[in-house]
Design a protein around this ligand. Structure first.
Ligand code: NAD
Length: 344
């Protein structure tokens, strides 16, 4: 059993805790929270041991009637691996604590790549983090792009990737980011940070990215153009290639999924926890070849696509399984084996 602690129990942390708990070879030691709120209450209801992230705030938990199992330092000491899902920047600050306890840790995509030993995406570079102390599971957008780029690169070679990322303004619960009614080039200068971030996974890949922010909360949408070195005869070959990939949902036309709202509705209808969409959602009819140039649209659920990647990263850095075995195990345990549409 791999004993896993989760430090930071918010959007990503609570999902990772559930996904880790579902694995046959992992156990959640507990989760650390800074304050007693609805997520602390959820953790208690789910039976996770709760640890105080900030010692001085322990009395607030007592006032709310929430029992604590200890301090975050104890959680770190008792864990074989810690998943740090604290807000951007805090993970890097916590790194000293993980090193002090000699506990390997996963940081998230909001951290700078320079804060860690290696950046991780299961499909693209699983083997590169073995025995690392600090690993960064790359952001939702970089995860989505890496899953797409890896198979295309292996099958056809890539001359250049150009992607425009239409990004949600905030997560559904991030009331502080709104209300808004605008379309922002973000950043207005090129490239956006996403291209360099993809280069932490594929160092020699030529990639340009542009970012926009829109007043939406459900998902991101990527408009992708990849110039292939050795393109196939037609777009159907690309479609078959992507259909054969894990965590890739090539959405058939007949489902009528015309936007991210419909995809999220399908996730709810399918009984997915929190209506999560762990896969890249590629619009099948958008897959187009014009000479050497491949075009497609994909939607990325920012709150959940990195969750199976965190589970795989735990096995990758502890050497518990190889890539294929880990990805299969993760998907099986999370219920990611079937595509969102049961009758596809
Ligand atoms: P969040 O704000 O939803 O959750 C963070 C949690 O950590 C909150 O519960 C907060 O109270 C808690 N926290 C704050 N300071 C802490 C501390 N010192 N110790 C322990 N807990 C502390 O944030 P999130 O969206 O889950 O993001 C976490 C990380 O994941 C960031 O690096 C982010 O960039 C990355 N990420 C977020 C998304 C997304 O869309 N939400 C997607 C991919 C990656």
């Amino acid at each position: 059993m791999i004993h896993v602690g989760v430090n930071g129990y918010g959007t990503i942390g609570k999902r990772v805790a559930d996904a880790v708990r579902a694995q046959p070879d992992m156990e959640v030691v507990g989760v650390a929270k800074t304050r007693p709120n609805f997520e602390a209450s959820t953790a208690v209801e789910k039976g996770f041991d709760l640890y105080a992230a900030v010692a001085e705030r322990k009395p607030r938990f007592a006032e709310a009637g929430i029992d604590l199992a200890g301090d975050v330092e104890e959680l770190v000491a008792e864990s074989d691996v810690v998943v740090d899902a604290c807000p951007s920047g805090i993970g890097a600050e916590n790194a000293a604590m993980y090193r002090e306890h000699d506990t390997p840790a996963l940081l998230q995509g909001g951290e700078d790549a320079t804060a860690v030993d290696a950046s991780f995406n299961a499909r693209a570079n699983y083997d590169s983090v073995a025995d690392a102390d600090l690993v960064r599971v790359v952001s939702c957008n970089t995860t989505g792009l890496s899953r797409l780029i890896a198979p295309l690169r292996e099958a056809y070679g890539i001359e250049k990737v150009r992607t425009t990322l239409v990004r949600r303004g905030g997560d559904p619960a991030q009331a502080g980011r709104g209300p808004i009614n605008d379309i922002l080039p973000d950043p207005v200068t090129l490239p956006s940070h996403h291209g360099p971030d993809v280069n932490t996974i594929f160092p020699d890949l030529a990639i340009d990215t542009l970012g926009l922010k829109v007043p939406a909360t459900l998902m991101h949408v990527h408009s992708v153009n990849v110039t292939l070195e050795d393109p196939p005869a037609d777009a159907d070959d690309v479609r078959s290639l992507l259909e054969g990939e894990r965590r890739m949902f090539v959405m058939p036309e007949w489902l009528g999924l015309d936007g991210t709202g419909a995809i999220k509705e399908l996730a709810q209808d399918s009984g997915r926890p929190r209506a999560d969409v762990w896969e890249n959602c590629v619009w099948g009819e958008s897959i187009t070849l014009e000479g050497d140039d491949l075009y497609l649209f994909q939607a990325i659920h920012q709150e959940s696509d990195v969750v199976p990647e965190n589970v795989d990263a735990i096995r990758a850095l502890t050497g518990a399984a190889d890539r294929k075995e880990s990805m299969a195990k993760t998907d099986e345990a999370m219920g990611l084996v079937e595509p969102l549409s049961p009758s596809r």
